[in-house]
Design a protein around this ligand. Structure first.
Ligand code: PLP
Length: 307
């Protein structure tokens, strides 16, 4: 099924949305992006876009830091995305990729005196880490500090750091990398936040520890508290705590909740998917598909009538 993009303020076939080779962001990474999932609910014949508004709020923050000026309000971004998804007409899980970027066809490293633009496109997309349990290694690549490149926004340029880490891990036979901060604390995967279960408590690195404040991370913290009565401790985590944790899992829009089976050839817990991880996965998958009435505010339906 052909897909569509919103590009240069119009809806066009994805194959027609092209940018010039001199575009500033292609050379210097001067763009911010989002990854949003639309989850197909087969019983309701509906796609639910998960936490759409929160994704565009993070995009707006990124635009502010990068001096990308766009006329759209958060509501307009959301409306454009829903209309685009409806036009695409998919009956499966989808992935939405909005990008706000320095669009001038102009060379020279800077953020000022450049035009800005925005596009968004949609593709069908199933699981990202296509494994039940991920085997991971600690990366030799450290996460940049906020004064190097702010990790709290999704700047496209910073993702070369993530790409180094991911490829190193895959070429060494692992599924995913876990990166440490410059001062050696556990940060996150190449495209996911990380949680540990230690003595029945959830533990995750704090936002000031060079992580992206993930929307799935926030979702899991809230679901754990509301549905399982489990508080999350946000604190610095030592590398060796990963090896000895009872359970460990990644969270992310692309990866959903993916259990971690192994870190640096050390098995985590009893090498099975842990009880708390399993319970959170069950609640989370119900929530993102619009099957949990309490959390429907997080789910934006794409189709006005069931498809
Ligand atoms: C580096 C990084 N950390 C964490 C995440 C998870 O964030 P979210 O749950 O908002 O998708 C992502 C994905 O966007 C990411 O790229």
């Amino acid at each position: 099924m052909p897909s569509y993009a919103y590009f240069h303020k119009q809806f066009v076939p994805l194959s027609e949305a092209k940018i010039g080779i001199m575009t500033h962001s292609l050379h210097y990474g001067t763009a911010v992006f989002e990854g949003i999932r639309g989850n197909w609910n087969p019983d309701q014949k509906q796609i639910y876009l998960f936490r759409l508004k929160e994704h565009y709020e993070r995009l707006r923050n990124g635009c502010h830091v990068l001096k990308i000026d766009l006329p759209h309000s958060i509501d307009e971004f959301c409306q454009i995305t829903v209309e685009l998804a409806e036009r695409c007409g998919f009956h499966e899980d989808i992935y939405v990729r909005p990008v706000a970027y320095k669009s001038s066809e102009s060379l020279g490293v800077r953020l000022h005196d450049l035009d800005s633009d925005f596009f968004v496109f949609i593709i069908p997309w199933g699981p990202y880490l296509d494994v039940d349990k991920a085997r991971c290694s600690i990366s030799s690549w450290r996460r940049p500090d906020d004064n190097v490149i702010p990790p709290q926004i999704k700047v496209s340029g910073i993702y070369i750091n993530n790409a180094f880490a991911k490829t190193e891990a895959v070429e060494n036979g692992f599924d995913e990398a876990i990166m440490l901060s410059s001062d050696g604390y556990v940060c996150e995967g190449s495209g996911e936040n990380i949680f540990l279960v230690i003595d029945g408590k959830l533990v995750t690195p704090p936002c000031y520890n060079s992580i992206l404040p993930g929307i799935t991370r926030d979702t899991v913290i809230k679901l754990a508290q509301n549905e399982l009565g489990l508080a999350t401790i946000e604190r610095q985590i030592d590398r060796s705590e990963l090896y000895t944790a009872d359970e460990c899992f990644f969270t992310g829009t692309a990866a959903n909740i993916t259990p971690i089976a192994e870190v640096d050839h050390r098995k985590i817990g009893n090498n099975e998917i842990g009880e708390i991880t399993k319970r959170l996965q069950k609640i989370y998958f119900d929530v993102i598909r619009g099957n949990h009435p309490k959390y429907l505010d997080w789910c934006t339906p794409v189709y006005k009538k069931a498809k």
